[in-house]
Ligand binder design. Structure first.
Ligand SMILES: Nc1ccn([C@@H]2O[C@H](COP(=O)(O)O)[C@@H](O)[C@H]2O)c(=O)n1
Ligand SMILES: C[C@@]1(CO)OP(=O)(O)OP(=O)(O)OC[C@H]1O
Length: 158
């Protein structure tokens, strides 16, 4: 049986934090604020996978009030989410994500993001897609106040 899920995450862009997306540290004047490494791409992807499996959302499994997750790499969270899906008999068919950010230019880093996600999920890179778009300077993303990520995931029960 096939199941689909979607995820959406936003993090504020602030000074003094790293900009990490898809497990890649991207040089930029601003970074993402959050309890973990604030990797919005991986958070949206985790929520898409959890949603497809009917397992709620990221905050339910990893509360942002729990010190053990402070500063944690979201690749570790993705690995844990993937393990939860496998425990339930699900395998990932494919994922697709869209990053919404006015700056910086993300295209040069998308290949590494895809590699990180594919390796963490134990799937082929052809099963992982990531793209980026601006909002033509509209809204919070266009004003560079924050960055958003949308993700969808298709999973299959064994
Ligand atoms: N932060 C971003 C946003 C966009 N891109 C690339 O630019 C292309 C054009 O984006 P528009 O929002 O103007 O349509 C887009 O297809 C991406 O390849 C990017 O690298 N980083
Ligand atoms: C990742 C977690 C846990 O550290 O917190 P944040 O890094 O703040 O990210 P967010 O997407 O706001 O919430 C999900 C939480 O599970």
């Amino acid at each position: 049986m096939f199941r689909i899920g979607n995820g959406y995450d936003v993090h504020r862009l602030v000074e003094g934090r790293k900009l990490i997306l898809g497990g890649v540290e991207i040089p930029h004047t601003l970074g993402l604020d959050g309890h973990s490494d604030a990797d919005a791409l991986l958070h949206a992807l985790c929520d898409a996978l959890l949603g497809a499996a009917g397992l709620g959302d990221l905050g339910h499994h990893f509360p942002d009030t729990d010190d053990q997750y402070k500063g944690i790499s979201s690749l570790v969270l993705l690995e844990k989410v993937n393990a939860s899906l496998h425990e339930k008999g699900f395998t990932v068919v494919n994922t697709d994500a869209t990053l919404v950010a006015q700056k910086p230019k993300l295209a040069p880093f998308i290949g590494q993001m895809r590699e990180n996600i594919a390796r963490t999920l134990g799937i082929d890179i052809s099963q992982v897609n990531v793209k980026a778009t601006t909002t033509e300077k509209l809204g919070f993303a266009g004003r560079e106040e924050g960055l958003a990520a949308y993700a969808v995931a298709l999973i299959e029960s064994r």
